[in-house]
Design a protein around this ligand. Structure first.
Ligand SMILES: [Cu+2]
Length: 334
């Protein structure tokens, strides 16, 4: 009897997660998640799962070549593109799920619904708008912890983007119903590798972190091109002001290449159809707020917003320039 009880207690003791650490970890802080614009910033405890929803919007207004603005007249006369896009809105609803099979491994899936619209002007000053929407490229990511101590944590992000998004979006234009140019397509059409590495650190009222990530396109899609590879680095710092509220500042630098190959159904009458005018680099400054419910029915619900704008932008233009973006998100772990 005593031996049975002893072995039972021993089994419980050995199989239970280290309670002190687990409890300390589970004092949910608003800033135990990165600013909402960062993906794959945190792991979960074994057996825990999380649902999330993000709404994001980005506005691009006016054109740029290298670092300077460029007018519509110059795009027509100097570059020979009669049709000029002057405004684009990108809207995304992204549903996410996370689940941890192990304390050091979290799996993540993200399903985006994308909506794009682009306004153009013709040489006779007529305006028209093209639209596309649909399910985007689904992403599957494994987060693998490399190292941690009381203050610092480091993990790998191993992501894969599936070619689920449409690359044959069409809409009505003054030239008839036509396939839309590259930035109006919903997906990449290729299997893309998304490797990355993430670091986060924290003290009682501060937290900070950084992430390096890349998008590596494999092969060529069935339209005969692949989008450019890209990489990004971001760093943030957050301050917890109240048990349920933190604010953050973040810098994000990204760089992306031109296309390889081209879609031969796209006539070169507009800059967005030129596979050699897609590359660029950008440094964004973003400010965010994270909230977490600490009691009642909102307990453990997270709500966050992050918004920002480029402070440096250089494009292989002419190309539409980014003006601002915003992400609002909800997260709940179970
Ligand atoms: Cu999560």
């Amino acid at each position: 009897m005593h031996r049975t009880l002893a072995s039972l207690l021993l089994t419980v003791f050995l199989s239970a997660p280290a309670p002190a650490l687990a409890d300390a970890e589970h004092v949910a802080r608003p800033d135990s998640h990165a600013p909402i614009g960062v993906m794959g910033d945190h792991l979960h405890h074994a057996g825990e799962w999380m649902l999330s929803y993000r709404y994001s919007r980005m506005n691009m207004n006016g054109n740029r070549d290298d670092t300077g603005r460029i007018g519509e007249g110059s795009i027509r006369s100097d570059f020979g593109f009669p049709i000029v896009p002057f405004d684009m809105d990108m809207e995304m609803h992204m549903f996410g799920g996370m689940w941890a099979p192990h304390d050091d491994v979290t799996l993540m899936a993200m399903v985006p619904f994308v909506r794009l619209d682009m306004k153009h002007r013709t040489p006779t000053n007529r305006q028209f708008t093209t639209r596309s929407k649909g399910i985007g490229d689904v992403r599957l990511t494994g987060l693998v912890r490399l190292w941690r101590n009381e203050m610092h944590q480091l993990h790998l992000n191993a992501g894969l983007s599936l070619p689920t998004g449409d690359i044959d979006a069409r809409d009505d234009t003054p030239m008839g119903r036509a396939r839309l140019p590259y930035p109006m397509q919903i997906g990449s059409g290729t299997w893309d590798l998304l490797p990355g590495i993430t670091y986060v650190g924290r003290t009682a009222s501060f937290s900070w972190g950084g992430q390096l990530s890349a998008t590596y396109r494999t092969g060529v899609n069935n339209r005969g091109y692949r989008l450019g590879h890209g990489w990004a680095s971001t760093a943030w710092a957050a301050r917890r002001w109240l048990p349920f509220l933190s604010t953050s500042l973040r810098l994000e630098y990204r760089e992306w290449r031109n296309l390889r190959g081209d879609d031969d159904e796209l006539p070169l009458i507009v800059e967005t159809a030129d596979p050699d005018r897609r590359a660029g680099r950008r440094l964004d400054l973003l400010a965010g707020v994270n909230l977490i419910g600490t009691g009642g029915w909102v307990r453990d619900h997270r709500l966050a917003i992050e918004t920002g704008f480029p402070i440096h932008q250089a494009l292989d233009g002419p190309q539409l320039e980014t003006d601002w973006r915003v992400v609002v998100g909800w997260q709940r772990a179970f």
